[in-house]
Design a binder for this molecule. Structure first.
Ligand code: HEC
Length: 133
């Protein structure tokens, strides 16, 4: 005999599939999704994406109140010039970029709020794609 139970069982896989599809579709326009797409593009720019992060978290000690370790993080030129340890970024080479290494190792900023994963990822993408202005 066909009851609602057997019918439901028979349709279960389809119901699950369409549920997943619906959830996925509703995610596409969320901010999270856009960020992932954005981060994989090579359009990350210093002026639009990187400077605001450094201005908020770094320049107090590297530009305004002083230039710790001789490093001024207020302009792209001074970032490239670097501080006592030499250039703080290496274009196309995030892994060799001191600025990113210190952020990822949670050594910078030494106090206050650490950078969020999304911001760190943006910096990595920027360096990987050639650190454009
Ligand atoms: C509260 C002050 C403070 C803040 C905020 C800060 N720094 Fe620093 N930074 C320092 C000090 C102090 C040193 C020197 C550390 C040492 O010599 O051990 C340093 C050193 C560095 C160096 C090494 C420079 C060199 O050439 O030796 C880099 C790169 C750096 N910071 C990046 C950053 C970045 C990127 C941020 C923001 C995410 C940041 N810092 C935020 C205080 C700060």
């Amino acid at each position: 005999m066909i009851t609602w139970r057997t019918t439901a069982r028979a349709f279960k896989p389809y119901i699950l599939t369409s549920w997943v599809a619906i959830i996925h579709a509703s995610c596409i326009n969320t901010k999270e999704h856009r960020t992932v797409q954005f981060s994989s593009a090579s359009t990350v720019k210093y002026s639009t994406h990187i400077k605001p992060i450094l201005d908020k978290h770094c320049i107090e000690c590297h530009g305004i109140a002083g230039t710790e370790s001789g490093l001024d993080l207020r302009t792209l030129e001074s970032i490239l010039e670097g501080g006592e340890s030499g250039p703080s970024i290496i274009k196309n080479n995030p892994n060799e970029s001191l600025l990113l290494n210190l952020i990822e190792d949670q050594l910078m900023p030494p106090e206050g709020e650490m950078l969020r994963k999304k911001q760190i990822n943006t910096i990595r993408m920027w360096l990987r794609s050639g650190a454009s202005a």
